[in-house]
Design a protein around this ligand. Structure first.
Ligand SMILES: [Zn+2]
Length: 335
């Protein structure tokens, strides 16, 4: 057996962890292709999810990156599923910062008891979609800006179907999506990939309105070609997204736009968490103290932060006085 490195590095020249926007020449069709390597591997390996749950979370991360990259401004896109099934909640979020790099993170909540009842190969519906399950898409543009939220029922046999329904119903935009997450057969690392095409409203691409043009036919062609992609092709590390797009659309001509790089990054930090703790009362802080410390767990990245009761009380006192947190937080590890 070959040795597995503890930290998975992207191979030199790797084109993983990118989102590639594209348009098909002469058609009112645009799309996104996404490929995740180390990013999805790190996120999924930080937890010990049952295989079927990990695969859906990998697809959710792919979908979130895809939709997040469609924003025209810096912000956070969150996609969350809720249901009464064995996976009561699953969430992924994507944040684009000024450096133009997309940050991705996510986790799943699992009810181990009900999970056991579903056997080895539970369906998507059984895990996620049952009992009034829904998927919510939230777009956050930061403080003082409107928050957008769209919701769709978790009806369908795959996450791709749910996402497709979301676009058809909420956005009235004809959309086809394929998502996939699985182990690399050679390295056993997690990989994920996805592709989507959308039919734009007439004229949105800046073209003249050509009323006679048969857009139904071109849309049909673009989606049939997209669905001809093999699941292995979505994940294959030897096949870049550009090669994949060329394979699918070379007869029509495909134009690719600047890609967005993706990294796995969590937004948790000691500073952020002590601010949360500072909002609790002194009594609450005492109740939260176990074995002389207050432990706060970040479900996204599975890290635990420990605070002393003194730190917590001092932060609370500072917050109550309205003193900026930084000046009181002398014990924090920043320097
Ligand atoms: Zn975290």
């Amino acid at each position: 057996m070959s040795e597995t490195p503890i930290v998975v590095k992207d191979p030199a020249g790797s084109r993983d962890n990118e989102i590639r926007p594209f348009a098909i020449e002469g058609m009112d069709v645009r799309g996104r292709a996404v490929r995740l390597g180390t990013v999805v591997d790190q996120i999924l390996k930080a937890h010990d999810y049952p295989e079927p749950v990990a695969k859906i979370l990998g697809e959710l991360l792919t979908l979130t990156a895809m939709l997040g990259s469609m924003l025209k401004f810096n912000g956070i896109v969150t996609i969350q599923t809720k249901s009464g099934g064995p996976v009561p909640m699953m969430v992924a979020d994507y944040e684009l910062k000024e450096d133009g790099v997309g940050r991705l993170r996510g986790y799943a909540d699992i009810n181990a008891e009900t999970m056991a009842q579903y056997g080895k190969n539970p369906s998507f519906h059984g895990l996620i979609g049952s009992k009034n399950g829904y998927l919510a898409l939230t777009i956050d543009q930061g403080e003082d800006m409107d928050r957008y939220q769209g919701i769709v029922e978790l009806k369908g046999e795959t996450l791709s179907e749910v996402a497709r329904n979301y676009f058809q119903n909420s956005e009235q935009t004809p959309t086809e999506i394929r998502l996939r997450c699985d182990h690399d057969p050679v390295t056993n690392y997690w990989r994920a990939g996805g592709i989507m095409v959308q039919h734009l409203a007439r004229g949105e691409t800046g073209q003249e309105r050509i009323l006679e043009r048969n857009t139904a036919e071109e849309w049909n062609r673009a989606s049939v070609l997209m669905h001809s992609v093999k699941t292995e092709e979505l994940l294959d590390p030897q096949l870049t997204l550009d090669q994949l797009l060329y394979r699918l659309y070379n007869e029509d001509g495909v134009r690719v736009f600047d890609s967005v790089a993706l990294v796995h990054a969590c937004r948790c930090s000691r500073e952020r968490l002590i601010t949360v703790i500072s909002q609790f009362s002194d009594d609450d802080i005492d109740h939260m103290t176990v074995d002389g410390k207050i432990s706060v767990h970040c479900q996204f990245c599975n890290s635990t932060y420990d605070f002393t009761p003194e730190e917590a009380h001092a932060a609370h006192a500072a917050a109550a006085e309205g003193v900026p947190e930084e000046t009181s937080d002398e014990t924090s590890d920043k320097n």
